[in-house]
Ligand binder design. Structure first.
Ligand code: PHE
Length: 355
């Protein structure tokens, strides 16, 4: 009996080491340990033995079963490792290869989307979160809470698109600027606040540099100590990062917005885009008006801060030398192929914004 066991073990171990793949090892396993397998059959001869021999024989066969199971496992692990090594050697993907020219490579990111990503990347680096608001706004958020009461002349300057009055008789508007997101943010969260709010805005105006829909990015910082020095530093840091230059000349001109006091318009030296000797107006800004802070339920004696609003399309035209704003929204595939960006050109401040 024991010699049978030894012979079977030798046969099985030889079969196991000869098994060349996972299917072969499985076949050996079934033929040895399966219900009708050779080890199981040995076990079934147990009943024919005299009772005093059964125990020892049972232990012998169980030990055999353990050794065969272990040998199967080892061989299987070795075969799996070899199969994996084989796949790794043959299926290597070179992720540095250029994208094959196909629809993916032909697709283009719109310059405004690209510039928006650049702006978000820069301000994210300065600790600003991105906030959003709806394109269809209440008159209250777009004007009144921003310290532009009914009949205020600034309302006319905005060339507002009004929607038909709702059931309550109230007319909503297509927001004329992203400043209502200042209101939404201050109503929704307690200072310290540090956000930018990019989005579409609408004004009834159209020529080479104006379209009825365009894009702005609002900025808002509210806490207890933020002052105009912070505003100037932030805008300068932004301008340098955005135009990818080490130095940028900036000019702050006194201006007027109902929601900031004082208010300024900011120009940058056109050296930044390779045109020395000129000034380029890039944004409006100021210290948030105490009335606006109070309109949002915050104490203007305690809280203060700055806001700015920049035209994203204009930034895009300046940085990438694109002349006609109307083309931005014409949906012309030739224009997009020319001015658009590769899908893989993800802007990062570390890796370079525009390359
Ligand atoms: N909302 C202003 C505009 O559309 C820009 C602005 C925003 C000015 C924030 C000051 C502060 O022209």
């Amino acid at each position: 009996m024991t010699s049978n066991v030894d012979a079977l073990e030798a046969t099985l171990l030889a079969e196991i080491s000869a098994a060349g793949d996972l299917a072969a090892i499985e076949a050996v396993r079934v033929s040895a340990l399966g219900k009708k397998g050779r080890v199981s059959e040995l076990m079934s001869t147990l009943g024919a033995l005299p009772p005093d021999a059964r125990k020892a024989f049972g232990q012998t066969v169980n030990a055999l079963k353990d050794r065969v199971t272990a040998a199967l496992g080892e061989r299987k692990d070795a075969l799996e490792a070899a199969a994996l090594a084989q796949r790794l050697a043959t299926e290597r993907a070179d992720v540095t290869l250029p994208v094959r020219s196909g629809p993916e490579a032909r697709g283009r990111i719109h310059p405004v989307s690209q510039v928006l990503d650049e702006v978000i990347e820069i301000f994210a680096g300065l600790g600003f979160a991105v906030a959003e608001g709806p394109d269809i706004e209440t008159d209250d958020n777009n004007f009144t809470k921003l310290n532009i009461p009914a009949e205020h002349p600034a309302r006319q300057d905005h060339d507002t698109f009004y929607l038909a009055p709702g059931p309550d008789g109230v007319r909503k508007v297509l927001r004329t600027h992203t400043s209502p997101v200042q209101i939404r943010t201050m109503l929704a969260q307690k200072p310290p606040i540090r956000i930018i709010a990019p989005g579409r805005v609408y004004r009834c105006d159209s020529d080479q540099t104006h379209t009825p829909m365009f894009h702005q990015v609002e900025g808002l910082v509210i806490d207890e100590t933020t002052h105009m020095g912070h505003l100037k530093w932030t805008l300068e840091a932004f301008a340098k990062a955005f135009f990818e230059v080490d130095e940028v000349k900036m000019r702050f001109r006194a201006s007027h917005f109902p929601f900031t006091e004082p208010s300024m318009e900011v120009d940058i030296g056109a050296e930044a885009i390779g045109k020395p000797g000129q000034w380029l107006e890039i944004l409006g800004c100021g210290m948030v008006h105490p009335n606006v802070i109070a309109n949002c339920g915050l104490d203007p004696e305690r809280y203060q801060g700055f806001a700015f609003g920049v035209g994203l399309d204009r930034l895009t035209m300046l940085k990438y030398g694109i002349p006609d704003l109307r083309q931005f929204f014409a949906g012309d595939i030739r224009w997009l192929s020319h001015y658009g960006f590769s899908v893989l050109d993800v802007p990062t401040t570390g890796g370079g914004l525009s390359n």
